[in-house]
Ligand binder design. Structure first.
Ligand code: NAD
Length: 439
């Protein structure tokens, strides 16, 4: 089944001017013959402290070449060091207001309503039927926001739901932003630690290298290991998935072997499974020795869809040397350390426990560059001959589609909303997602 949802809105074209064409194709009444068929709007991000922007100037030519008209709210890239002039030089039209940027067929955002629950609410009135909204919206934890957007009639895509298959790697925002978080976590720790990271032999004596322990060696953890190694630290790491041992060692870190039965710890998609409480109790116990001997602990352990496991108990923190640092990248999901408080630094017995929740935004230039590549690759995947076509037989399109035609359509989000799904599944009538090739 190919459902085509096409909307093109010219500058100043009212959002309500839609007509329904043949084959379920939704087409706009567009009076501007000859102009690009779909306009793409990029507005300033409004979440508190958010410095990223959805599209960077370097990406604009690819969108224009695909037949899209790109309109950017003046100042949208300023926090990321990107000037309006740079967008204009690459072919974007600058518009003076948020309203004008949103008056587009497609709106690209870093954070849609679910990930911007307060300020994002003000955008609801700017959105209407037929528009396509693409961005990160925490769809599984903020299902109500998906419903609110669905009720506006928008077609909503969540970038977090891009399947981790080889052909979608360029669209994988979880990986691109986790890479930045892993890197920046190490810099935060290095800045807070009253020691240097590298070993130095000087006339003033020998300085021992910092000892860094990384818990969870997925995308963020591996980047943290690589960054800490580049700074000269001695790095150890543990992951519940034994398969990552080789990757950890290839980065020059030591994989910590724990006497735990972790054979069933990886699901078919390559993610960690939730283990039982007895497993986590043993893990906490057996890891305490390593935690206490470390100057820096970076925790990144997550299990999709559930609260992060608590792996560093208060007792282990009390045993660390004063001045030691814990950076908990799982803070937004509850934290891997018992003492973590989201977006705060807690000091206990001289140990600093940091719980940053938006580190990619602190590196806004490169975070935006990588995000823009992801989101534009996704958009171009939907565009054919200058128009948007939704092919629901395509795994990438189907798995990321959250809402259309006034309804939340994604099964997991419908489940989170408690919606009855017997009839809906038949309507969706799409093949089951394949496992896909992971790398
Ligand atoms: P994630 O953010 O869900 O979790 C981070 C890490 O925490 C994972 O490595 C996980 O195994 C680990 N973890 C969970 N519970 C733990 C515990 N109790 N103790 C220690 N560690 C624990 O994972 P992610 O970074 O998104 O990556 C998940 C997997 O997906 C990895 O295998 C990664 O290589 C793979 N991946 C594949 C693709 C692709 O094929 N396109 C892209 C990105 C990531």
């Amino acid at each position: 089944m190919i459902l085509r949802a096409v909307r093109s809105v010219g500058r100043g074209t009212p959002l309500a001017s839609l007509g329904v064409g043949p084959e379920g194709m939704v087409s706009p009444v567009d009076s501007r013959g000859g102009e690009p068929s779909v306009s793409v709007g990029i507005a300033r991000e409004t979440f508190r402290g958010e410095r990223r922007v959805a599209v960077v100037p370097a990406i604009v030519p690819a969108l224009v070449q695909a037949g899209l008209e790109v309109r950017v709210e003046a100042g949208a890239g300023a926090e990321a060091g990107l000037q309006d002039q740079a967008y204009e030089e690459r072919g974007a039209a600058m518009v003076g207001s948020r309203h004008e940027a949103f008056e587009s067929g497609v709106v690209l955002q870093v954070r849609t309503l679910g990930a911007n629950p307060e300020a994002g609410r003000e955008d609801l009135d700017l959105l209407g039927p037929g528009q396509v909204v693409i961005g990160m919206g925490a769809p599984l934890s903020a299902a109500e926001a998906a419903r609110d957007l669905a009720e506006r009639g928008v077609t909503l895509f969540a970038m977090e739901l891009v399947p981790r298959i080889s052909r979608a790697q360029g669209m994988d925002v979880l990986s691109s932003q986790a890479t930045i978080a892993g890197y920046k976590a190490v810099l935060l720790a290095a800045e807070a630690l009253p020691k240097m990271f590298p070993m130095l032999t000087t006339a003033a004596g020998t300085v021992a290298p910092a000892r860094v322990f990384v818990i969870g060696a997925g995308v963020a953890g591996l980047q943290a290991i690589a960054t800490a190694r580049r700074l000269g630290a001695v790095v150890e790491a543990y992951d519940v998935r034994p398969a990552v041992k080789e990757q950890v060692e290839s980065l020059g870190a030591k994989f910590v072997e724990l006497p735990l039965e972790a054979e069933e710890s990886e699901d078919r998609g390559g993610y960690a499974r939730q283990m039982d409480e007895e497993f986590y109790r043993k893990q906490r116990e057996t890891m305490t020795r390593v935690v206490r001997a470390s100057d820096v602990v970076i925790t990144t352990a997550l299990v999709p869809g559930v609260k992060a496991p608590v792996l560093v108990p208060a007792g282990a923190v009390h045993g660390m040397a004063p001045g030691s640092v814990i950076v908990d990248l799982a803070a937004e999901q509850g934290g891997n350390c018992e003492l973590t408080r989201a977006d705060q630094t807690v000091e206990v017995d001289g140990v600093h426990v940091m719980g940053p929740t938006n580190l990619p935004s602190t590196v806004p230039f490169h975070a935006s560059q990588m995000y823009a590549k992801n989101v534009s690759s996704f958009l171009l995947h939907l565009v054919h001959d200058g128009r948007i076509e939704l092919d629901l037989e395509d795994e990438i399109t189907r798995e990321t589609l959250v809402a259309r035609d006034g309804q939340v359509v994604h099964p997991r989000i419908r489940e989170a909303l408690g919606l009855d799904d017997d009839n809906h599944e038949q309507e969706r009538a799409a093949p089951a997602p394949s496992e896909g090739a992971r790398t």
